[in-house]
Design a protein around this ligand. Structure first.
Ligand code: ZN
Length: 386
């Protein structure tokens, strides 16, 4: 069992999926000169502003399917309830969540006319939906979910996942067992919610405004991504535990919220696997060499964040047992990903020796504490971590 490799590692404080867009050309410069006179600002609709935000990525998706409507509704409910979050300093301006059309795995947050926009490529939901349903349709993994013996072994036609909606994915594969199918849909929904929460963190903690008003280095961007990952995980973990406590899920979904450990492990599965879509990357990169920490580094820091969450919620989460359960979950996730893509798991980043020799996680934490945190102060809507 390889999971304990990261146990005992020094915890890294929670810090940040977004792909920050290019700096916007103009925020409110809609003043046109006509016949020598300044004209009033043109009032654009939210849809028109969204189209402007995504103009380099693709047009707004006009007809959402039922699932995308559900993901959008989840996001809008979270936005509407933000003022109930602990540590909120002041009310956020309007935030709009919507989808745009292209075949790349893209999501980002941006600002126009003092409104925020969270833009998700429709390919994100299609790729994640395909990935989790294909995983659960193999009898060799997640044997504790539903009746796995109803599934048939297969050799995946996908070859591999990457950051593009590849044509092979049109051969959609769904689990035969009803509970496994429900579970795959549930994990997809969690992954979509996580991507929203990550982008929401970029807004909530002032990253978007900080980015728009300052000249940032690649190390600063990596630091903001780490912060968005970790703060999103912290907020989403609390939500999952609240759902277990309320115990009011519909009957057919009750098995999804039977205990705290299951709810957290499902979240780990959704987040950890979403990072897998980005591949291994060059996880030995030097600090500041790209806009995001490498996927394996993001997984490592996410797992350390879950350890911290367990420490904070020790009455609900027993880390000894939870770390074992998480190990089983990500072991199954890696095995399923290998079965459908052929990708082999490299556990090196989870080994303390790797961690000791590679400064990226600590460099990000130091950059957050010494520079970025100070810069975020004037933009954040929520108290920053100490
Ligand atoms: Zn991000």
């Amino acid at each position: 069992m390889w999971f304990p490799f990261f146990r005992g590692l020094k915890y890294c404080k929670p810090r940040s999926f977004a792909f920050f867009p290019k700096k916007i050309r103009s925020q409110t410069a809609y003043i046109h000169i006509f016949r020598g006179m300044a004209q009033p600002p043109i009032s654009l609709t939210n849809e028109e502003l969204f189209e402007e935000v995504t103009q380099d990525h693709g047009p707004r998706l006009k007809d959402l399917n039922g699932l995308d409507c559900m993901y959008k509704s989840d996001a809008e409910k979270a936005i509407a309830s933000h003022h109930k979050f602990p540590g909120i300093i002041h009310t956020l301006p309007e935030i709009h969540y919507d989808f745009f059309e292209n075949n790349l795995f893209e999501a980002f947050a941006d600002k126009r006319s003092n409104k925020y926009f969270i833009a998700i490529s429709v390919s994100v939901s299609l790729i994640l939906f395909d990935l989790f349903h294909r995983m659960l349709s193999h009898p060799g993994v997640f044997k504790n979910i539903g009746n796995a013996t109803e599934e048939e072994e297969y050799v995946s036609p996908t070859g591999r996942y990457n950051l593009e909606l590849i044509p092979a994915m049109t051969s959609f594969k769904a689990p035969k067992n009803a509970d496994r199918c429900t579970y795959a849909g549930h994990i997809t929904r969690l992954a979509m919610r996580y991507i929203f929460e990550h982008e929401f963190s970029h807004i909530l903690f002032g990253h978007v405004d900080y980015h728009l008003s300052n000249s940032l280095t690649l190390l600063d961007y990596q630091t903001l991504e780490m912060d968005a990952d970790c703060t999103a995980i912290a907020r989403f973990s609390n939500l999952q535990m609240d759902l277990v406590e309320m115990n009011n899920a519909p009957e057919f979904q009750k098995f999804l919220y039977r205990d705290y450990h299951q709810a957290i492990c499902d979240l780990v599965f959704a987040i950890y696997t979403t990072y897998l879509v980005f591949g291994d990357g060059d996880f030995k990169n030097i600090p500041g060499s790209s806009s995001h920490p490498e996927p394996r580094i993001r997984q490592l820091m996410a797992l350390m964040t879950f350890e911290k969450i367990a420490q904070i919620n020790s009455t609900k989460l027993q880390w000894g047992q939870l770390s074992h359960d998480i190990g089983e979950t990500i072991g199954d996730a890696e095995k399923a990903y290998h079965l459908i893509t052929g990708a082999t798991f490299n556990p090196e980043p989870f080994n303390p020796e790797f961690y000791a020799k590679n400064p990226l996680p600590q460099t990000l934490l130091d950059n957050w504490a010494l520079k970025v945190r100070k810069g975020l102060h004037r933009y954040t809507y929520k108290e920053l971590a100490p």
